[in-house]
Ligand binder design. Structure first.
Ligand code: SF4
Length: 259
């Protein structure tokens, strides 16, 4: 089906009040067609083979209608039942997000749930999560409950692999609606996938971190993922510098010297 026909079909559905089609619908459809025709890019081929091996499932999207929630609670309910991508087949719990939902100073956006998060249904509760919590409480000096924390994809990718492009696109409406509803003062993206998902900017995270960007008018600060800091402790220093830059902008006093 060509893009023109897809556009007409999309407009027709929306005219009938059927909304919730992914924003990047054409790309979503093209990915589906790639799966069906086998015309996959070399870049994605390895990842798709990995999915096939790890889930035993055919690498075809599970089609479902997403009705955007008018409230965060409705959106969460929708996510809990979501089967829009293959990650629903292997998850234990949908990890929607936690924290202050009423215009928090900061919304942290990570990549996706790991094993601990998948078991508990809460983002950033494993080793990397404990480091993030320490950065919030001891570094920034506020309670974890005062910020909002979520991920790009709400279900755990098997064996902690990176989410595939079509999984990110399938889940994108949840993330974008979620941030739009909570209205944070600043977004901090943790690691490259979150930054790329929200900005479309493909600059390497090492180069772009510490630089102010924006998403839909909200200031956005890209920095390292806490899991990277665990593997590479010297990166804590630039991470802390990035947090201090955010604190300065938010008028939060800088008392801690490091994390
Ligand atoms: Fe749905 Fe997102 Fe989970 Fe995929 S990762 S099943 S799009 S909630």
């Amino acid at each position: 089906m060509n893009n023109r026909l897809l556009e007409v079909l999309k407009q027709s559905l929306e005219a009938q009040g059927i909304t919730g089609l992914p924003r990047d619908w054409f790309a979503h459809q093209q990915v589906q067609e790639q799966f069906v025709t086998g015309e996959t890019s070399a870049m994605n081929q390895n990842n798709m083979e990995q999915v096939g091996k790890s889930t035993g499932a055919s690498a075809q999207l599970v089609s479902s209608d997403l009705r955007y929630g008018q409230t965060l609670s409705e959106l969460n309910t929708e996510a809990q039942q979501c089967t829009r991508c293959r990650l629903c087949e292997t998850r234990n719990k949908v990890v929607f997000g936690v924290g202050n939902t009423k215009s928090p100073k900061i919304c942290f956006v990570g990549e996706g749930p790991g094993a601990d998060e998948d078991q508990q249904g809460e983002p950033f509760v494993g080793r990397a999560g404990r480091l993030l919590t320490a950065a919030i409480t001891k570094g920034i000096g506020i309670a974890r409950e005062e910020v909002y924390i979520c991920n790009v994809v709400k279900c755990r990718p098997p064996e902690n692999r990176a989410p595939l492009p079509d999984e990110v696109e399938a889940c994108r409406p949840f993330l974008e609606r979620q941030i739009a509803l909570i209205k944070p003062e600043v977004i901090i993206t943790l690691g490259s996938p979150a930054f790329v998902t929200l900005t479309g900017n493909k600059t390497g995270i090492t180069k772009v971190r510490g630089t102010w960007l924006e998403w839909q008018g909200i200031p956005l600060m890209p920095t390292f993922h806490p899991a990277y800091l665990l593997r590479n402790p010297p990166a804590k220093k630039p991470f802390w510098e990035d947090l201090k830059t955010v604190m300065l902008r938010l008028g939060i006093p800088i008392n801690a010297q490091s994390i």
